[in-house]
Design a binder for this molecule. Structure first.
Ligand SMILES: [Zn+2]
Length: 58
């Protein structure tokens, strides 16, 4: 009966996109994996990633 789109669902998409602090490449990954440093940048292999959503606020 209630057909609401959960805003949380959209946010999660952004929460799972990260930016490489070294080369600025975007990559999708799980937050947990990034925190555990199991995710590397495809381009430069750095593990220093930051969530995109901080910069997404305009
Ligand atoms: Zn990189």
């Amino acid at each position: 009966m209630v057909k609401q789109k959960f805003p949380e669902t959209d946010q999660r998409v952004f929460h799972r996109v990260f930016i490489c602090m070294k080369c600025g490449a975007k990559l999708k990954a799980d937050l947990l994996k990034v925190r555990a440093e199991k995710v590397k940048c495809r381009k430069c292999k750095r593990k220093q990633l930051r969530p995109i959503h901080k910069e997404h606020k305009v």
